[in-house]
Structure formats: C-alpha cells, structure tokens
Ligand binder design. Structure first.
Ligand SMILES: *Cc1c(COP(=O)(O)O)cnc(C)c1O
Length: 387
C-alpha cells in the first residue's frame, strides 16, 4: 500500500487533503515522495515560521532531544522557563500557561476568565462574548466559542455560556455586554473566517466597554501572533494589549505548543491543580520555541512587513485578484471569477502550496521567505489565474 492508500484505509477522514505526499524540504521549498518541488506559501498553516529545517532551529531541537525529551510539569526544566521569560519580556504580559495547541490555549483562556470572575464576583457572570465568523478551535468548548453555525452540529450538548456579537458592530456589542459577561474574546484578524481584520473603532470599543465593567479582553492570536503580521503580536498594530492573549501555530516553528499569556490583573487566577497539561511546555518543543523567539528581532519584524507589502503588490498585479486583505505575511485574496478551492488544488499540481479561507486564497508563507521565492510563487499563481 502506498501512503495515500494507508491514509484512506487507516486514518479517519476528517480532512479533505491536497494531492501531495510531502517528504522533506529546505527553507521555503518542499519536496514530495516523487521529488517534485513546491514553493511554500502556507507554512503548514502558519506553523513553520522559520521555514523547513532552519539550521539553528534544527540544532536547538536535536540538542534538546539528545539531552532530555520530556520532564513532566511536576518538575522544573530550563527550556520552558526561557520561553516564558522571553514571551513576558517581549510582550509585557506577566505570566504564561503552556499547552499544546491553539484550542488548548483558548481553553486555558476561557477557564481563566471564568475563574477570574467567579473569584471576584461569584456565580452568574460566566458568559463570554465571541464574534460571528470567528474560529477558536475544535474541542467542544472552543467549538462553542466559535461564532459560526456550521460548527454547532452533531456534537450536542455544546458548552453553554457563549454569546455572539457581529464583528465591527459596536451597537450589538453594547447591547450584549451585560452583567452576565466575564470576557470578550476575538481575533484581531479573523483567519479561518476569511482573513478579515477588525475595524479600529470596534477594537477601541471592546477595550473601553470592557474596562468600564471589569470584563476581561482575550485576543486569540493563535494565527496572527509571533510575528505573522509584522509585529510580534497583531494587537500592536491596533496599539492595544488584551488581558489575555493566546498563541500557538507559529510559536515553536512547527512543533506543537499552545500559550496562554495573562497580564498582572489575572496572571495568578489559575492556581495549583486548577489547570494543567501533561505535554505543555515540553522541553523539545520549548527548544524550538526558543529558537523562533531568538530570531524574531525588530529587524526581522520589519523584514516581515516589507515582504508582506511586496507579496501584496505582486498579488495585486494579477488581474483575476479583486482585493487583498490582511497584514504582514497573513494575506487573503478575493478572486473575481475563479473558485479559491479549485485554484489551490491546481496550484499544488503546479508546484505551489497555498491555503484557502472561506472563499479566498490565503497566504501564510514562512516568515523567512525570500523575495525571490515570492516572485516564483506569485508567477505560478499568475499563470493559473490568468489562463
Ligand atoms: C488554528 C486556530 C485555532 C486552533 O488551533 P489548533 O492548534 O488547531 O487547536 C484557534 N484559533 C485560531 C485563530 C486559529 O487560527
């Protein structure tokens, strides 16, 4: 049996996969089992932030695997401490919780917000406002948090206590932000929802209304965080810092890690045995995260912004592309006539890995992508879109 046949036979069909068996790579090039080359405009959905097999990242991860691969969180270990220190110093947050995925990071944020409110105000203030068209994960609770009806099927009963507000509708937010609410949770740029940045006024309204009522703000930066938008956190583009921020996808350069950052107001809410994770902050993943964090300097972030502007310009030269949304190296392209899913499939045939989000093409290349590779990738895309 070949790889694809084994997948069909032995792996649950939860994904409709692109026709490529990816085997190895280097920087922003990936090769399949047959040796065919692909340019990577997706970075494994925003995870391989330093591209494939970055030298320093590989050394850090391998050295750690040779030293000790896991310790358990009932002991201390240096790589995890270093990640936490770097994150807090970089972002101004006070403390960190370690999980293994975006959904887990968001679960931690949700538990934290509810306990913050319970500790201070008692029962009845457990509701969390999220936005229509958001995406927060695949666990029962994060599906509940996700403001899209298509996700609220089959798996009943879902977790109670989520209220959905229309993105950028300040009146809707005002109307629903009542005394039962403990937190407002949002993505600065809705990723899976179609690469849609929030409007500044709406973000300002979230912060001012929440501050009035001691309601916590939670930014789901699982996709937008760790340099993706040209700032370390996307919130910096809005001049804002929420009480809680979650990170995952790009943080460890392609290894599993989910982070919940909390500010001085709520960093001590999750106390001993109220939350935990066996693998959270695993030393090998932490070594990967340290390698990523060491690379993301102010100069590196400026380069991400420059590449973002360059990629956007190149994409706008393609006549089939109607508009581009997003920031930095997180971009979405609305097409005039073609279907994004069909284009993404054809792109794979033509040696380009590109993502979709709703009816858009989505671009999340490695943050280290070269200008030359941007040229090559957009050239392939242009050929497909203008044929
Ligand atoms: C991908 C994503 C998640 C879920 O992350 P997992 O690691 O798949 O659990 C949550 N929120 C946002 C904004 C995401 O993009």
């Amino acid at each position: 049996m070949n790889t694809k046949e084994k997948f069909e036979k032995y792996i649950m069909g939860t994904y409709s996969r692109q026709n490529a068996v990816l085997e190895r790579g280097s920087k922003e090039k990936i090769y399949d089992e047959a040796g065919k080359q692909y340019i990577d405009f997706g970075s494994g959905i925003g995870t391989n932030s330093l591209g494939i097999c970055d030298d320093r990242w590989v050394s850090a991860v391998c050295e750690q695997a040779h030293r000790i691969q896991h310790t358990s969180n009932i002991y201390y270990s240096a790589p995890q401490a270093d990640v936490a220190e770097k994150l807090c110093e970089r972002t101004g947050y006070s403390k960190v919780f370690f999980g293994n995925s975006g959904a887990e990071a968001n679960e931690a944020a949700i538990k934290l917000a509810r306990k913050y409110s319970f500790d201070k105000y008692g029962k009845g203030r457990h509701n969390i406002i999220t936005l229509v068209n958001s995406f927060h994960g695949r666990t029962i609770t994060t599906l509940s948090a996700t403001g899209q009806d298509v996700f609220h099927n089959y798996f009943f009963p879902f977790t109670e206590g989520f209220i959905y507000v229309e993105a950028n509708n300040i009146e809707d937010l005002k109307a629903k932000l009542d005394d039962t609410v403990c937190a407002v949770m949002f993505e600065y740029i809705q990723g899976e929802g179609g690469v849609l940045p929030l409007e500044r006024d709406f973000v300002d309204a979230i912060f001012s209304l929440c501050a009035e009522k001691d309601v916590l703000t939670i930014a789901d930066e699982v996709q937008t965080g760790v340099g993706r938008t040209g700032k370390f956190l996307a919130g910096e583009n809005f001049g804002k810092r929420t009480n809680i921020t979650t990170l995952a996808k790009g943080i460890a350069g392609g290894l599993p890690m989910g982070i919940c950052l909390a500010d001085e107001k709520c960093c001590d809410v999750l106390s001993a045995s109220t939350h935990g994770s066996t693998f959270g902050g695993n030393p090998v993943c932490s070594a990967g995260a340290n390698a990523v964090l060491d690379r993301i300097t102010p100069e590196f972030l400026e380069e991400v912004s420059r590449k973002g502007v360059y990629l956007k310009g190149k994409l706008l030269e393609i006549s089939e592309i109607e508009r581009i949304d997003g920031m930095g190296l997180m971009l979405g392209a609305r097409l005039k006539t073609k279907k994004a899913a069909e284009v993404a499939k054809k792109a794979v045939e033509n040696g380009l890995l590109v993502l979709t989000a709703k009816d858009k093409l989505r671009f999340l290349p490695p943050l280290t992508i070269s200008f030359a590779e941007i040229d090559k990738g957009t050239e392939i895309l242009k050929g497909l879109l203008e044929e």
